[in-house]
Design a binder for this molecule. Sequence first.
Ligand SMILES: Cc1cc2nc3c(=O)[nH]c(=O)nc-3n(C[C@H](O)[C@H](O)[C@H](O)COP(=O)(O)OP(=O)(O)OC[C@H]3O[C@@H](n4cnc5c(N)ncnc54)[C@H](O)[C@@H]3O)c2cc1C
Length: 362
Amino acid sequence: MLSKEKKQILIIGAGPSGMTAALSAAREGCACFVVEHNDAAGKKLALTGNGRCNYTNTDISTVHYHQGSGEDGFIKKLLEAFSYEDCISFFEGIGIEPEIKRYRFDDHGYVYPEGENAAAFRDRLYGACLEEGVVFKFGLGGEDIGLEYKDISDGQPDQPGHSGRSGRRFTSRLGDFDACIIATGSNAYPMTGSDNSIYPVLMHFGIKFNRFYPALCALFSKDEHLRELKGRRIETGVVLKIDGEPVMEERGEIQFNEHSISGIPVMQLSGYAAIMLSQGRKCSLMIDGREYPVHRTAGFDRSQCCSGGVDLDWICPETMESRSVKGLYFCGDILDVYGDCGGFNLHMSFASGYTAGKSAAE
Ligand SMILES: Cc1cc2nc3c(=O)[nH]c(=O)nc-3n(C[C@H](O)[C@H](O)[C@H](O)COP(=O)(O)OP(=O)(O)OC[C@H]3O[C@@H](n4cnc5c(N)ncnc54)[C@H](O)[C@@H]3O)c2cc1C
């Protein structure tokens, strides 16, 4: 049972952003209740970094993020509130030591947990939440709890230690809550649970949402030459051309497959390519003097992230609170921003989760 004396916070989604939000709010003395429709927490987190969990990067800065909407400086504010150093000490605080790896073509360091085990990282974050008294309810969708937003003012002033009897509150079949944090992820890798099933709740609350497109994935080409190159890996530069014009360039190791081209540099270009393809624009990749026409991305099932999501114009970067629904917060991949490969997306999930949890607790 949740304590009646404490501020009650509902978190929907037990991924890295939801668990970080719950942990931060619980540390501020709130009673936190997490609803997760999977049977366990952090399924996607346990797959990250090829099972090794690249959880942040020594070069956490705005240049690595792609913001689809919102005020200039939105990402900067979030990263200032939860920097690279903050991330390292937050996880050291729950017993996770960093291990920095450097790769060719990158002058910054990719940060993994010592032991490089993503499932163990997930277990530690989940364990830290339990230690702070966070309550998890698995096998239940946030869209199935009858969430409503009500003015429950009884005319009585707030009591010390109990803020919930005046003003607006969230009601649901699970009880009443002072704040709600939505941390349900994007549409990437929907088999891990991030399947956009929360959409009816967003519609119900009138939240502005920009359509998802796959990002950080392989790009498909029908070029016959790929069959011969299948299985080859080379370190080189890749240029993305749109309607015949070069627009972006990346360097690193690329991999040729029978019908697609993958590897980190191609993944970095794929988010922009996905949007251009959806508009009917011609996309191609120039690799070592040869042009490979691209007709599709690997799609949501095989993308690590998405562009699109909850419109940042309607989110306050200092708190992650909705500007239209007081007490409603968002964090993680559901926001209209994504980062490059290299630990930037997990860092953003932790940064926004930390800010949402702390702010909801205030
Ligand atoms: C294969 C793969 C590898 C990756 N590797 C890295 C990496 O090494 N480094 C990095 O920085 N990023 C990596 N990423 C990206 C990273 O995993 C995401 O940015 C991060 O998981 C986003 O966290 P989140 O909490 O916002 O969403 P998620 O991790 O998607 O968690 C959302 C949670 O909400 C739950 N949920 C969804 N809808 C509902 C609902 N309606 N009701 C209740 N619960 C719901 C889901 O089941 C899920 O548990 C990788 C992604 C993939 C797919």
